[in-house]
Design a protein around this ligand. Structure first.
Ligand code: DGY
Length: 321
């Protein structure tokens, strides 16, 4: 059948997603999973009706302007969509969708993993064992930051921020949050609102960054804001690398101003500022917030739900533009 829409999948997809994509569409797959260059993307998009992309491809206004006229929808396999110039897409009449909700729990879990892993020096302990350096239990070995009863400041109280708040309460943390606007009481998860982020920073034993990436949140955690944190605070970032000023964070980890950081995301991924690798008090993960089998299946199937709606002439459930 040649009348089914042609979808370009820019990266390798989970098997269940590939199977449904191939059942319902004609598909150009990428089993090598290499990130396509912009030129290759434009060439592969020739004749395609839609693109199923990931956050690894940057759909700048320039690239969108070069896409063939056949492309009418872009479904991104991510909740974050800062890699797509949605205004440029809208101007060309291209619908854009994302995958909210289905990755909330997995990403909140990784946030707590980063928080605990950083506070309790998890990788240092594991490295000690793996390197054969453990000589036995000691009263002073690998002492970390106590979590129970401490104040956590969540910056960005969207779906993931709220799921982090619920989990942190399970650890008996005192949860506070800053958001552009205060949430209705029933959505606050028992957290205390602070309109002024700088005032909240002054109270935080732990900071969890859960903002979406935007011009407004770029370098949110800079040197001035880190200086406001109590000495020995722990910073967790599972949002996007761009919300942190790396020079400032690295200097604070080097000086001991911050006890530790748990980081799942980095500016310029997959490159990593090499100074992070040298920091014993940085617990580092390779952007794996949504990396569970169930979540990645659900994200991919959500992309297809959106494309199905679009090609059926209905409003895609997760339409951004
Ligand atoms: C998301 O969904 O935004 C994840 O961070 C993967 O890019």
């Amino acid at each position: 059948m040649t009348d089914r829409p042609l979808v370009l999948a820019t990266r390798r997809l989970p098997p269940a997603v590939t199977a449904r994509l191939q059942r319902d569409y004609r598909a150009t797959l990428n089993e090598s999973d290499e990130v396509h260059s912009p030129d290759r993307l434009v060439a592969l998009a020739e004749g395609c009706d839609a693109i199923l992309c990931c956050s690894s491809e940057k759909f700048t206004a320039g690239l969108i302007g070069r896409l063939p006229a056949s492309v009418r929808a872009i479904a991104t396999f991510s909740v974050g969509y800062e890699h797509i110039d949605t205004a440029a897409a809208q101007a060309r009449g291209i619908r854009v969708t994302n995958t909210p909700d289905v990755l909330t729990d997995a990403t909140a879990d990784i946030t707590l993993l980063c928080l605990l892993g950083a506070a309790r020096r998890a990788w240092e302990g594991e490295a000690m064992l793996r390197n054969g350096e453990w000589v036995g239990w000691s009263t002073t070995q690998l002492l970390g930051v106590h979590v129970t009863g401490k104040r956590l400041g969540i910056f960005g109280m969207g779906r993931i921020g709220r799921a982090v708040a619920r989990r942190a309460r399970g650890f008996d943390m005192q949860v506070h949050y800053h958001n552009r606007r205060r949430l209705p009481a029933e959505q606050e998860e028992g957290a205390t609102y602070h309109a002024d982020p700088d005032e909240l920073l002054g109270l935080c034993d732990f900071v969890s960054l859960n903002f979406p990436a935007s011009a407004e949140t770029e370098n949110f955690l800079n040197a001035e804001r880190i200086a406001r944190l109590p000495d020995g605070a722990v910073v967790v970032n599972t949002a996007r690398g761009t919300v942190v000023d790396d020079d400032a964070l690295i200097a604070a980890l080097q000086s001991g101003k911050l006890a530790a950081a748990g980081l799942d995301v980095f500016r310029g991924e997959p490159k990593l500022d090499p100074r992070y690798r040298e920091l014993p008090n940085a617990f580092l993960l390779p952007h794996m917030g949504s990396a569970t089998i169930e979540t990645r299946d659900a994200m991919g199937l959500k992309c297809l739900d959106n494309l199905d709606a679009f090609f059926a002439g209905k409003e895609p459930p997760d339409a951004l533009v």
